[in-house]
Design a protein around this ligand. Structure first.
Ligand code: FMN
Length: 484
């Protein structure tokens, strides 16, 4: 059954948009007039605690393409995407895309890796992005480019696109059932974790050597870093207490600081989480019910174990304080996981092929991203904060982006899917150009459906380059077959 939330494109005026928000009972700030040039709130530079300047308030979120070589090098598709990141005009490039620190941590056999053997191609990928930015905007002194370091943990598929080879920190009965993972799967040992920490530190060193300004120690979306934060039931030094669950991060950060002086550090993390959602008989997502012997849901960092439908920010705030104490300079707030509750991470009108119809109007999801980001931002003093989940705002993205930054709710507006269909959107906004409506992301989710079916990712509906690829027909065929 298709849900019938009004699509954003049909809310043709500010008043219709605001009336809809009122009906939904959520708030999203909105500036009626979007300013351009030097007076735009989005054009204001941001100075990191180390003194480094970032030229404006747009960030490009990490966006993977499932299009690297088997050896972990970029291909022409990857290079095109990264050049587009440079073209965007955004001055903060958050990580480019998830890059595995070693082969067993790849989310798919085509994920990029940062190894000795890939350093040269990764360096030229970064340089291509910077050159594209320089060609259009002259100045790159105020451009900050990071590399997102990852291990995919329970979502690792390093060898065969369809075959999970999970590395887990604890047993999660719901995810094991959904993903058909045996409950005998061994849990990573403390010694294996210590070994992995070394891989992160060496990966950061490589990133610094080839010119990246910062590394993101990824802790979001159900991947390994995120799983540490919810290892409440894990025994030993990496599980249980808050101190133990953050030990992995602390050891990487202190290792990077000692091995890579001058390299800035960021952390993208899922600030709240919920149990997995599965389609009901009408294909609408419903939260699974699971309680342990104490009547609690024990697997959500930033969740309320007594009331898993709610979130709770006490540990999330403690985590932010820890990041500040450690000298981390940038944070990027995401929520939940695109694998088991995608409507929260990526609010969308159309679900991806492995998903379900959204159980809430996607605008509610956007409002949640903004509200949580605002709340967390009010607790930090030295961290640059990036918000996520703005692409669903579509035509109103500039109005909301300006409002959240102007009101000091967040420091940077991070753009994900909209960058695939319309990379130049930040530059258009900063220069006061009218947006090209035909290129605005309408959240068709083909960029997720394609890789879920083993194809490279891109914006098949709106980007002429992807429209012309043979894969575009394949995506259409897959979507037709799903409707039958
Ligand atoms: C095709 C695709 C690839 C993505 N790749 C990554 C990634 O490599 N690392 C990451 O942290 N998030 C990744 N994300 C999540 C985005 O960075 C972003 O958080 C999400 O799309 C929501 O933001 P948006 O509403 O602007 O799209 C990806 C999302 C999509 C759709």
């Amino acid at each position: 059954m298709k849900t019938n939330y009004p699509c954003v494109a049909s809310l043709r005026t500010q008043s219709l948009f605001e009336t809809e928000l009122e009906k939904l009972g959520v708030e999203i700030p909105f500036d009626a007039q979007v300013l351009s040039g030097a007076e735009s709130p989005l054009a204001q530079p941001f100075i990191l605690s180390s003194g480094r300047k970032i030229g404006n308030r747009f960030a490009i979120q990490p966006m993977e393409g499932w299009d690297g070589t088997r050896e972990g090098n970029p291909t022409e598709y990857t290079i095109r995407r990264w050049k587009n990141f440079g073209r965007s005009g955004a001055k903060l490039i958050w990580g480019g895309e998830a890059c595995a620190v070693r082969p067993d941590g790849r989310a798919n056999p085509n994920q990029l890796m940062i190894l000795d053997e890939t350093m040269q191609s990764m360096e030229s990928l970064r340089k291509d992005l910077v050159a594209e930015h320089r060609a259009l905007y002259s100045n790159t002194d105020d451009l900050l480019v990071g590399l997102q370091l990852t291990h995919s943990g329970r979502f690792s598929r390093p060898n065969i696109k369809t075959k999970l080879e999970p590395k887990i920190l604890y047993h999660h009965p719901l995810l094991e059932k959904i993903y058909n993972v045996s409950s005998d799967t061994p849990v990573m040992t403390d010694a294996e974790i210590e070994d992995l920490i070394g891989y992160y530190i060496r990966a950061a060193k490589r990133a610094q050597t080839i010119g990246f300004d910062f590394v993101d120690i990824k802790h979001c979306h159900g991947y390994l870093g995120h799983e540490f934060l919810s290892s409440f039931n894990r025994p030993g030094k990496y599980g249980g207490s808050f101190e133990n669950r953050t030990r992995f991060l602390r050891e990487i950060v202190t290792g990077v600081q000692s091995e890579c002086p001058g390299l800035h550090i960021g952390v993208r993390f899922s600030v709240i989480d919920f149990p997995p959602f599965r389609p009901d008989e009408n294909n609408i997502g419903r939260m699974l019910d699971y309680r342990d012997e104490n009547g609690r849901y024990p697997f959500a960092f930033g969740g309320d174990p007594e009331h898993p439908e709610n979130y709770k920010l006490d540990e999330t705030i403690a985590f932010l304080k820890l990041l500040e104490e450690l000298g981390v300079e940038l944070v990027n707030f995401s929520v939940a996981s695109p694998y088991y509750n995608h409507h929260l991470t990526r609010p969308a009108y159309f679900p991806p092929s492995d998903g379900y119809e959204a159980p809430e109007d996607p605008l509610v999801g956007v409002a949640r991203h903004i509200a949580v980001g605002n709340e967390l931002h009010s607790h930090v003093t030295r961290l640059a904060c990036v918000g996520s989940g703005y692409s669903y705002l579509q035509d109103y993205l500039p109005n909301v982006a300006q409002a959240v930054v102007r009101e000091g709710m967040i420091d940077f507006v991070g753009l994900g899917r909209s960058t695939l269909s319309y990379p130049e959107l930040p530059a258009e906004v900063l220069n006061g150009r009218v947006l090209d409506r035909k290129r605005i992301c309408r959240s068709f989710s083909d960029c997720t459906t394609a890789p879920r079916k083993g194809l490279i990712s891109g914006c098949y509906p709106l980007d002429d380059f992807y429209k012309r690829l043979p894969e575009a027909e394949e995506v259409k065929r897959i979507k037709r077959s799903l409707k039958q």
